[in-house]
Design a protein around this ligand. Sequence first.
Ligand SMILES: *Cc1c(COP(=O)(O)O)cnc(C)c1O
Length: 228
Amino acid sequence: MMDRDDLQAVYKNIRTELGPGVKLVAVSKTKPVEAIRELYGLGQRDFGENYVQELVDKQPQLPDDIHWHFIGHLQSNKVKYIASFVHLIHGVDSLRLLQEIEKQAARHHRCIGCLLQVHIAREETKFGLDAAELDELMRTVRNEPHAFKHIRLRGLMGMASFTDDEAKVREEFKGLKTLFDTYFGQAEASPDQHFYLSMGMSGDYKIAIREGSSMVRIGSLLFGRRGD
Ligand SMILES: *Cc1c(COP(=O)(O)O)cnc(C)c1O
C-alpha cells in the first residue's frame, strides 16, 4: 500500500493530467474500504467495482454521495443486487442484460445509466459487442423508447489489447471513438446527462485521452498493485 502523501501526490498528478474534460473512475476492486475512504477524503466521488458481492458489501460502509460504477461483466441474475444504488453500468453487452436492468431500475423507480461495451481488442477474447451487434442494440433502444424508460444509454466502453504495442492500442481506441461519434456525436445530451466514452486504464489511459476518451478507469496506479 502507498502511504498517504504518495496517494495524494499520485491523485493530484492524474487529475491534472486528465483536466476538467475527462472523468476519473477510481477502480477499487479488491481494495479495502479504508483505501476508498482515503481517496474520498481527497475529493474523489466516482469509484468502480467489478464484482457484485464485493460492491454490495462495501457500498453501505461508505458515504452515500459516492457514484458507484459497475465495470465488470454483469450477469443478468445479479442486477437486482445493485439496482437500488448503482450510478453507471459500463459493461452492458446484450439486450437481455439491458432488459433486466430496465426491469430492476423500474422496481426501484430509478433511471440507471448504461454504457454499451464494445469488443475492440483484436488479440484477446474480451467481452463486448461487435459493430453489427452494437448497431442492432442501439436501434432497438432508440426505436422502442417506451420499453426502456428506466435506463439511459450514456455512451460506450471498451478495453484495448493488453500489449506494449502502442500503435495497436491507439488503433483500437480510434475505432471505438469513431463508433462513439457515430452513435452519440449527434445525440442531444441534457445538461446534467453527458455522454461518455469510457476507455483507458492505468497502463493505457494516456493514449486513451489523446484518442478522445472522456472517462478513464484507473485502479492500480492509484491503489497499488492487486493480487489478480
Ligand atoms: C480492473 C479494471 C480496470 C482498472 O485496471 P488498472 O490496470 O488497475 O487501472 C479498468 N477497467 C476494467 C474493466 C477493469 O476490470
